[in-house]
Design a protein around this ligand. Structure first.
Ligand SMILES: NC(=O)c1ccc[n+]([C@@H]2O[C@H](COP(=O)([O-])OP(=O)(O)OC[C@H]3O[C@@H](n4cnc5c(N)ncnc54)[C@H](O)[C@@H]3O)[C@@H](O)[C@H]2O)c1
Length: 389
């Protein structure tokens, strides 16, 4: 027996589109799911501007104030796809009203906000998730499977980069409808919350808690015109961030992120090196996972050393994570599918009662690392993260 699930989507930008697509497709490709999402309401501050989007995607209604959504009895799930400074108030109010809450990353502007949000959803006992969608790239899920199968062995190094190049021009303004990411009062931070939050989430999923960090940040362009005031104002975000990390399992991590790497558009990579093997992933080549398996010489067993090397796995077989839901082996899936996978896992977790990761509590741990990275960049010292083990 299927059950309807009335969804209210807040925001109709980049993530509004990615999530709307996921709600529309999830039951078609994961027909075993109990819940059937209905696009009940789109929420955006300007109803007229939101109308074409609502019509394109088939939303049944529009609200211009998220508080109205919370009051409505015909809404089951609130999806927060608006800028970072809106997440906390909406999530807490939604949880207190007994709604399910799914929220975009970074979960909040600070660890304190993330804690309050976590306590609110836990007190209300409502299903919750943060959209760290990269976990649901089939190749990254396969990397997690290889770690869980103990094919990497004792981990030594984790290396992540997340590089873009879209803010190099000095005349890119900050703030306003489209450039809120450059306004620290709306975004909370720069590349640390926007990009490294993804890298940290993936890293801790694959390699366990990060216990301490030391960081450096740079703001290359110190002043930009603010779109709302029209005046040149100081830039408060980190344009670039690099940090060293120690994981609880004893391994060492390096993380680098910038929006000033000319030619890099969404270069999100990681490599994990262990005693028995390594995995490497690059989001600009997302169908592949590179895997190196170290073969021990054992007496009586022939080891073909001349065949040793990196294996490039085209992650499109039915046996690979999520891929039995899509096409035949060799046919690829893309960025939008990661949101469908995340939603399917979330709905499945509600039905089974096990929940799904990353939930708010888990995303709060990532937020702690982000905050401590920024703190260390100011003090120049190693800082303990306080991440739950
Ligand atoms: N998971 C990912 O890979 C990923 C990618 C991009 C963005 N994000 C996150 O998603 C969130 C939104 O980012 P985006 O790129 O979609 O931004 P966007 O600027 O494209 O869209 C933001 C939307 O929120 C609406 N909005 C702003 N304030 C609002 C309010 N008070 N009430 C209702 N609606 C409001 C805007 O009108 C707009 O429709 C951010 O938290 C961002 O960090 C995550």
């Amino acid at each position: 027996m299927t059950k309807p699930l009335n969804v209210a989507m807040i925001g109709y930008g980049f993530m509004g589109k990615a999530h709307s697509n996921a709600y529309r497709k999830v039951a078609q490709f994961f027909p075993e799911l109990e819940y059937r999402p209905t696009l009940k309401c789109l929420c955006a501050r300007n109803e007229e501007k939101a109308r074409p989007f609502a019509e394109t995607w088939g939303y049944e209604s529009i609200e211009s104030d998220w508080r109205r959504l919370i009051e409505r009895d015909d809404i089951d799930l609130i999806d927060i796809g608006s800028p970072n400074d809106t997440h906390k108030d909406i999530a807490i109010a939604a949880a207190e009203a007994g709604k399910w809450v799914v929220c975009e990353k970074p979960i909040a502007m600070s660890s304190e906000e993330a804690e309050a949000m976590t306590l609110a959803v836990e007190k209300a006992g409502v299903p919750n998730m943060v959209w760290f969608n990269y976990r649901r790239v089939p190749a990254i899920s396969l990397a997690k499977q290889l770690v869980d199968e103990e094919r990497i062995g004792r981990p030594f190094h984790y290396r992540a980069t997340y590089l873009q190049d879209w803010t190099i021009a000095e005349d890119v303004p900050q703030g306003g409808q489209t450039l809120w990411r450059l306004d620290v009062n709306v975004a909370g931070s720069g590349v640390t919350g926007d990009l490294l939050a993804h890298s940290i989430d993936t890293a801790m999923w694959l390699n366990g808690p990060i216990v301490k960090v030391t960081a450096d940040t740079e703001t290359f362009i110190k002043e930009r015109v603010h779109q709302e005031t029209g005046k040149k104002q100081p830039v408060g975000i980190d344009d670039a961030c690099m940090f060293l990390a120690r994981f609880s399992n004893g391994s060492m991590g390096t993380f680098e992120s910038t929006r000033y790497a000319r030619g890099r558009k969404n270069y999100n990579t990681f490599e994990l090196n262990g005693a028995d093997g390594s995995v490497h992933f690059d989001l600009e080549d997302p169908q592949y996972l590179d895997f190196f398996e170290h073969t021990q010489k054992q007496s009586g067993k022939k080891v073909e050393d001349h065949l040793t090397g990196w294996r490039r796995i085209h992650v499109t077989n039915f046996e690979h994570p999520y891929m039995d839901k899509w096409w035949v082996p060799g046919c690829t899936v893309g960025y939008e599918h990661t949101f469908i996978h995340a939603l399917a896992d979330f709905l499945q977790g509600v039905t089974s009662g096990t929940g799904t990761q990353p939930d708010f509590r888990n995303a709060w741990q990532t937020q702690k690392v982000c905050d401590k990275v920024l703190e260390s960049a100011k003090t120049g010292k190693w800082v303990e993260t306080g991440v739950e083990m």
